[in-house]
Design a protein around this ligand. Structure first.
Ligand SMILES: Cc1cc2nc3c(=O)[nH]c(=O)nc-3n(C[C@H](O)[C@H](O)[C@H](O)COP(=O)(O)OP(=O)(O)OC[C@H]3O[C@@H](n4cnc5c(N)ncnc54)[C@H](O)[C@@H]3O)c2cc1C
Ligand SMILES: *[C@@H]1O[C@H](CO)[C@@H](O)[C@H](O)[C@H]1NC(C)=O
Ligand SMILES: *[C@@H]1O[C@H](CO)[C@@H](O)[C@H](O)[C@H]1NC(C)=O
Length: 414
């Protein structure tokens, strides 16, 4: 009987785990004797959702099909949602799209089920706030924004409040003025307001990049209310803890992420976001048969004490290593420790341009309209799945070095 690697999730981490594992198996067929190793991905759809683009318009189109690539690379796919993991028995419980439950055994499991937005218990928030965490949520917001054009042109109609001034909040806010004007008319006076609890914009983005974000927000005329918390949300606006009321028909919640709840079913330490703390080989310390990767895992990136953050920047390289290691483990090859000392951010700033930072200090490498092209390259080309099996296997190699990104993203003199 074939051994089975089961991967939960077909996001950036799950995709590259699957193809990376298949690559190692194919390269080491001589070690297999007569026993094959099957690589199976379970996810709700054979698609890669391009979550980093969900602040843009046309949200419904922000996914890439994976069926053909899986077939071409020999990765098996089963459509379904995993709801339980029996670590002792090495089984998972899943439910398919018709609602039928089944149980599946694994030899090795990789949890790549990602993360999701957390909505806190703020009165009215769950009923009245939009979000852009999934294609469906972003499409609902988009349909709402389009519908605004049919309403009388009040201040409330022309105002959007974004709760949270982190990475997602800033990207959405800087993009919204032109999205709104495209819907409401180019002469419409639109108001986009970020409400951020912290005293600074982009609290986790560091102080080097802050002046640039601030300048971009000013230039595209996004207002920012710092040190402000939302007390309640209703159909006609929000109220802040200071008691200020802002009339708006459109509130978008962007703050706070948590790992997939499936992490709770695997014994072992979790971080404050519910991510499983994994060892350098991305294995869950409590079980020799389970790896965690992408947004579901917290892994050291270097020997300096830096941990992965929830980003594609980390999910793709994590996927390459979890794929390599889960297959290497079954083949009894040496595992490769995950290591990613360099951390780049590429933050979109709407019509203003974008900014690229380097390293954990987030030193600003380039910013403005001239680097917009780099962000578009990352978001529209680099992170999309390749079209051929050969390209996909090459990209899944832990030793992969991009010949193209270098020109855009290598550190350069300012
Ligand atoms: C609006 C927004 C903007 C972002 N911008 C950026 C950016 O500019 N740069 C950047 O680097 N990162 C950005 N990110 C973060 C980035 O999208 C994530 O870090 C990345 O998607 C993580 O990849 P992943 O594979 O771990 O998880 P995900 O992409 O979340 O994929 C998880 C997969 O698991 C599946 N799944 C979940 N639960 C189950 C289950 N129970 N059973 C089966 N399958 C399941 C899902 O359907 C999906 O296929 C952004 C995220 C958002 C939401
Ligand atoms: C959908 O996205 C793909 C990939 O970015 C793009 O090539 C295509 O033009 C988009 N389609 C529409 C209708 O926007
Ligand atoms: C992260 O790494 C940098 C070196 O790149 C180091 O200066 C810094 O202290 C590290 N951060 C943490 C939180 O350990």
């Amino acid at each position: 009987m074939a051994k089975k690697i089961v991967i939960i999730g077909s996001g950036f981490a799950g995709l590259w785990t699957a193809i990376g594992a298949k690559r190692v198996i194919d390269l080491n067929r001589n070690l297999l004797s007569d026993q094959d190793i099957e690589v199976l991905v379970i996810a709700p759809e054979p698609k890669l959702v391009i979550r980093p683009r969900l602040y843009e318009s046309n949200a419904a189109n922000m996914s890439a099909p994976l069926g053909e690539l899986f077939a071409a690379t020999g990765v098996r796919f089963t459509q379904g949602i995993v709801h339980a993991i029996q670590t002792e028995k090495k089984k998972i419980e899943m439910i398919n799209m018709a609602g039928v439950s089944s149980i599946l055994s694994y030899d090795k499991l990789v949890l790549a089920a990602g993360s999701r937005l957390v909505r806190p218990e703020v009165p009215g928030l769950r009923d009245h706030a939009f979000s852009i965490d999934t294609i469906q949520e972003a499409s609902t917001l988009e349909a709402h924004l389009r519908h605004l054009a049919a309403l009388p042109p009040t201040q409330a109609r022309n105002t959007v409040v974004i709760c949270g001034g982190g990475f997602t909040g800033v990207e959405l806010a800087t993009e919204l003025p032109r999205r709104l004007r495209a819907i409401l008319g180019l002469d419409t006076k639109v108001r986009v307001i970020i409400v951020e609890r912290s005293d600074v914009i982009g609290p986790s983005l560091g102080e080097n990049v802050r002046p640039i974000i601030t300048k971009a927000l000013e230039d595209v005329e996004v207002e920012v209310k710092l040190g402000t918390t939302i007390k309640s949300v209703d159909a006609r606006g929000i109220v802040t803890t200071e008691g200020e009321r802002i009339e708006t028909l459109s509130v978008v919640w962007t703050a706070g992420m948590e790992a997939t709840p499936l992490t709770k079913q695997i014994p072992g330490e979790k971080d404050s976001m519910g991510r499983l703390i994994v060892d350098r080989n991305l294995r869950v310390p409590s079980s020799t048969d389970i790896f965690a990767t992408g947004d579901a895992a917290s892994a050291l990136t270097d020997n300096e004490g830096n941990y992965t953050i929830m980003s594609c920047q980390h999910a793709i390289p994590l996927g390459r290593i979890s794929g390599y290691n889960v297959a290497a483990d079954l083949l009894k090859l040496e595992l490769r420790p995950y290591e990613q000392p360099n951390y780049e951010t590429c933050l979109d700033l709407g019509a203003w341009g974008s900014v690229i930072t380097w390293g954990w200090q987030r030193r600003v490498m380039k910013s403005g309209a001239t680097v917009k092209e780099a962000k578009e390259f990352v978001n529209r080309i680099l992170i999309y799945p390749p079209t051929t099996a050969a390209k996909a296997f090459a990209f899944s190699d832990p030793d992969w070095v991009s010949p193209t990104t270098k020109t855009y993203l290598d550190p350069v003199q300012n």
